[in-house]
Design a binder for this molecule. Sequence first.
Ligand code: ADP
Ligand code: MG
Length: 442
Amino acid sequence: MTIGESILELLKQEISEIEYNRYIKQLSFCTQDSKSDFALFLAPNPLIASWVRTKYSEKIAHLFEIKTDIKPKVSIEVKNKRSSQLQTNDIVTQTPQHSAHQSLLNPAYTFDNYVVGSSNQFAYSAAQSVCEKPGSAYNPLFIYGGVGLGKTHLMQAIGNRLQTQGKSVIYTSVEQFVNDFTRHLRNQTMDRFKDKYRKCDVLMIDDVQFLSGKTQTQEEFFHTFETLRSEKKQIILTSDKQPKQIAGIEDRLTSRFEWGLVSDIQPPELETKIAIINKKCEINRVNITKDVIDYIATIIDNNAREIEGILSKLHAYAKLMNQEITLDFTKNVLKEQLKEKRENITIEYIVKFVSKELNVKPSEIRSKSRSKNIVYARRVSIYLARSLTQSTMPQLAQYFGMKDHTTISHTMKKINELLKTDENFKVKIEELTNKISAGEDV
Ligand code: ADP
Ligand code: MG
């Protein structure tokens, strides 16, 4: 089995059988053109290619990273490009299609491509100021907000801008940073690690909430931070919550996160969603009418990440069926997706998600344990299951091993009280609701 095939096997275990058979099974791994940091898969037609590209390429890259320690650029191309009639004007997704050695910044994540509305106005202005005076305006710039609200895009827009001004920019996920750190530690090449992260002009770390609990990396990051800041090098961080709300981070780091400017990004209003869809159509050269755009804006959650997937799908289906993208056509094509989305949120999924986020076992959530953190996780799960699935009270009672539905309604009452009085609890529930609705992986 080639490495590519074994990665697809791993992916198989994580997705539904239907999805696997429909898309992933159709792929072949191109050993010849792949390298350690570049993985090429071939799809039989553009529909499958664009679907896999938007939906799975990040996941595939991640699985490679777990298996090989290197996160490659994943490319999905159409087999026998020239002979396929369907190929003309295949949609350009915003995933960077660059060669394996280029910078990790997505060239499409620019200020020009960023739609500004009241939900992100403040963060946007802060980002602009950082570009004008890197290292001194706001250092660090800390941007937080829910999934798919444009944090990564905005951060990389700064990176792209500063890079064109000749600054050396490092963009990294916490995961990459940790991997890099442990590899250099193991190989006793820490001086190279320090060179890399302490000598850049701009260091951007995405989703710093994942530093939670990683004491040794936090220690290293602390020193990196101190060095960069004292030399007036710009640091930019993003997170799904504000510094104080991230558990498992040393106080000295939390306080430093707040030294510069902390700015949130709120969920977009309908108008901004429409503008983002328009922008994505423009970038991807997809022509759709206003009624279709309005419709898409109403069915997506706040997560703008869904937009490209939807556009790819519409575009591919329209070509396949040789049809215009009308409103009826759109509703038809997206019907299955909407259904799938609703069906994907099961009680099991919620419990698995909560158990991961709150560090308890799913079996504990379903047990009768009265220990404080387990009761907490159980309450959160019940609330989310009630609000995000169609489950009835008796069904929930049965699932959570409770006597009958009155116990559930009692729990719900308690939770509603907590939501009113306990700000932290409210924030946690909102955060989990966002993540689960966005279909984040467990
Ligand atoms: P986050 O990092 O907050 O999860 P991303 O930056 O990855 O979100 O954004 C998800 C997708 O939505 C990207 O394709 C991004 O370009 C797009 N997007 C989000 N907000 C905006 C915006 N204000 N303008 C244009 N595109 C946006
Ligand atoms: Mg992001």
